[in-house]
Design a protein around this ligand. Sequence first.
Ligand code: KG4
Ligand code: ZN
Length: 338
Amino acid sequence: MIILAIETSCDDTCVAVIKASGKKNPRFEILSNIVSSQVEIHKKWGGIYPALAKREHQKNLPIILKKVLKKTKIDLVAVTIGPGLEPCLWVGVNFAKSLSRKLNVPIIPVNHVEGHILVNFQFSIFNFQKLFPAVCLVVSGGHTQLILMKNFGSYQILGETRDDAAGECFDKVARILGLGYPGGPAIAAQARKLQTTNYKLQTKLPRPMLNQKNYDFSFSGLKTAVLYNYKKHSKEEMAKETQQAIIDVLLKKTIKAAKDYRAKTIILGGGVAANSELRKQFKLKIKNLKLKINFLVPSKQFCTDNAVMTGIAGYYNYLQGKTKKPAKIKAEANLRIS
Ligand code: KG4
Ligand code: ZN
């Protein structure tokens, strides 16, 4: 079947068309994948300005959809209903509803966080029996959650951030250091400048909640520590230490959860999972600890927001019979995975 997927939960207007087939072992082929980024617009504000993002989505969606619909016959519409910025979500949801009515095809609501997880199943190379339970770390600009995945559609949040998300911390620190938006790639680029040298860092930032026995996170103190210290050190140094502090906490808590729950797989997702150091250090840690565990992380383009993830999650939800009537679908800014 051909799925048209729409994702407008934050500042990217994303539309994808994917061909999905199979029940036990779903297969996906990406027919088109459009991410219309609003980065240049939001750069001026140093962050996302919801009213502006909504207006951009309203401007972008009809243009993108017109292009896509010309070429393809659609069988199912999938749309992100939450969590995310409410005005932005509504743009996608309303478009999906009217499309579903116009094309006379069913509609399937998708949880953005589940999308970040399930985009890992783009390629069906797995023996599903050996996959679960899995521990998923979803780290983005809006979310930092550790989730126990017992099966497709069966999730339990083990822990989450009590304040800022990991990506938000990257973004705020980048702003303090004058590195622009989005902060993650900018911080990573600064940190890389010190990689090849044997430079010994002169500063040590806190690793909030590192040794607490829960699976929660807190990143606002890290940003404050940068604010107090950044004038004494170079940008490269602050960037590298911020990145490492975030990685240390994410890595330790995820490994702890994986051990505690005897996970067979660790799954990463979300924009921060595009961070090369984070990916490298996860792989290394799993290898060094000799954990017999699968490690899944999407290719970088599918870590940050996209609609392929919405389409894939939509298909899994469709297989579980979660299709809804357009009238029943609404945006839910605070939607939680369960
Ligand atoms: O998943 P995403 O595209 O949007 C949300 O759902 O929030 O994630 C965006 C976040 C931003 O905070 C951005 O700074 C961060 O992901 N990010 C990164 C990298 N690329 C994007 N953080 C660290 N390193 C990166 N390479
Ligand atoms: Zn996201």
